[in-house]
Ligand binder design. Structure first.
Ligand code: SF4
Length: 397
């Protein structure tokens, strides 16, 4: 089955981070259609390319070089194709090769395997990107093509991978004495794009029991709503969900004013930021939703859709420039701007390895602007305060 045509179960593995915690969301989302985006289409194509490469590596007899090249040439004609996909999928393949080579013997490998986890979740199925089994180890690897550092997905306790692992365990437990579960997420477009986690089988089965209970509630549309930035982010009901609206309105318009000291404390600052993380997103989703209603001719009291600010564009830029140069305007000096590509763009054109070999010595790392992130972020904390060691070093100079 093509990556784009896959069925979606009501309780899908990819939506598990939502329905496991906000059980009524599965039914609430139902009337809203699934929409796709450019990024999703790009991801689908990258997955198809990744699958071809992994297939060629492990099953080179049935799917040799010639078949691989023909299949890649076909993908290159697809609209979302970008040459950089070749390098990113190579990184994914390299990771899988490394895992396979580190195993005690040649592993069993399943690529793009449909796994059935309906023993835990009614009608639950999904497609695992890559499964490797060797001895008592079951390793599930997932490829993600997102490029936003904020969208980094962690393998630890990841419910999507855990459901795939449960499905794979059910499928292979008769053939292999599985006792250890490993899960990896490879996001090659991020600089720190590999996340790994390992747990004993009992921990996975315990998650399976928890998921089973939550799925029973979700399928009936019961349980508590659990609005929050991560849970609501991709929920199709996010613009119209009352639970989320009530939650965010309460956070944004708390009625404590006047009863407390005039300045909020650092503790309160942290608390507001954490609790209010969803408020801005919610307002954006609400605007999108109201715009759709207005464009569909429905009334949203107090609001209307208008044409946004337009911009001028050439009907024929070449002819316009030609006319200007004939009129005495210097083409190179005035009409065109000569700009160098950014470092990242040059690396993309040259390729990561050749770039590092050729000009790596001319690259320095400039620290980014200080940014506020949650305490759970993996990066070390920084301050402007001079440490005793730094002060002492300065005195020595
Ligand atoms: S928008 Fe949020 S709170 Fe509402 S159903 Fe979806 S996940 Fe739950």
């Amino acid at each position: 089955m093509g990556h784009a045509e896959r069925d979606h179960a009501l309780l899908s593995a990819s939506g598990a981070h939502r329905w496991l915690y906000c059980t009524p969301s599965a039914r609430l989302e139902e009337p809203f259609p699934d929409t796709t985006s450019e990024a999703a289409e790009e991801g689908t194509l990258a997955h198809e390319l990744a699958e071809l490469k992994v297939r060629n590596y492990f099953y080179s007899v049935e799917f040799g070089k010639r078949k691989l090249t023909a299949a890649i040439n076909k993908l290159k004609k697809e609209k979302p194709w970008q040459d950089e996909m070749m390098g990113y999928t190579e990184e994914y393949l390299d990771y899988i090769k490394g895992v396979a080579l580190a195993m005690k013997s040649t592993p069993y490998v399943a690529i793009e395997k449909r796994v059935d986890f309906s023993a835990y979740v009614p009608d639950g199925f999904g497609t695992a990107d890559c499964i490797l089994i060797c001895g008592n180890v079951l390793h599930v690897i997932d490829f993600k093509y997102g490029k936003s550092p904020n969208g980094r997905v962690e393998a630890e306790g990841n419910p999507q991978l855990a459901l795939y692992a449960l499905g794979a365990y059910e499928m292979y437990k008769i053939l292999y004495p599985i006792e250890n579960i490993r899960m990896s997420i490879v996001q090659p477009r991020l600089s720190d794009g590999i996340s790994e986690w390992e747990c004993p089988l009992e921990e996975l089965l315990s998650f399976g029991r928890y998921a089973k209970g939550r799925a029973e509630l979700a399928i009936k549309g019961e349980g508590e709503y659990a609005p929050g930035p991560k849970t609501c982010q991709y929920c199709r009901a996010r613009g119209q969900c009352r639970a989320r609206a009530d939650h965010d309105v309460k956070l944004a318009f708390s009625d404590n004013l006047g009863k407390l000291p005039p300045f909020i404390s650092s503790e309160e600052m942290g608390d507001y930021l954490r609790k209010g993380a969803d408020v801005t997103k919610w307002l954006g989703d609400l605007q999108d939703c109201a715009l759709k209603e207005c464009l569909a001719g429905k009334e949203v009291p107090g609001w209307k859709a208008v044409e946004g600010r337009g911009s001028r564009d050439w009907t024929d830029m070449d002819k316009a420039f030609d006319t200007l140069t004939k009129g005495g305007i210097a083409e190179d000096a005035v009409l065109w701007e000569r700009k160098p590509l950014t470092l990242a763009q040059v690396e993309k054109v040259v390729g990561k390895k050749d770039f590092a070999d050729a000009v790596g010595e001319y690259v320095v790392w400039k620290p980014g602007k200080p940014a506020l992130v949650e305490a759970s972020d993996k990066r070390p904390a920084i301050t402007n305060k001079v440490t005793a060691a730094e002060a002492f070093k300065e005195d020595q100079v």
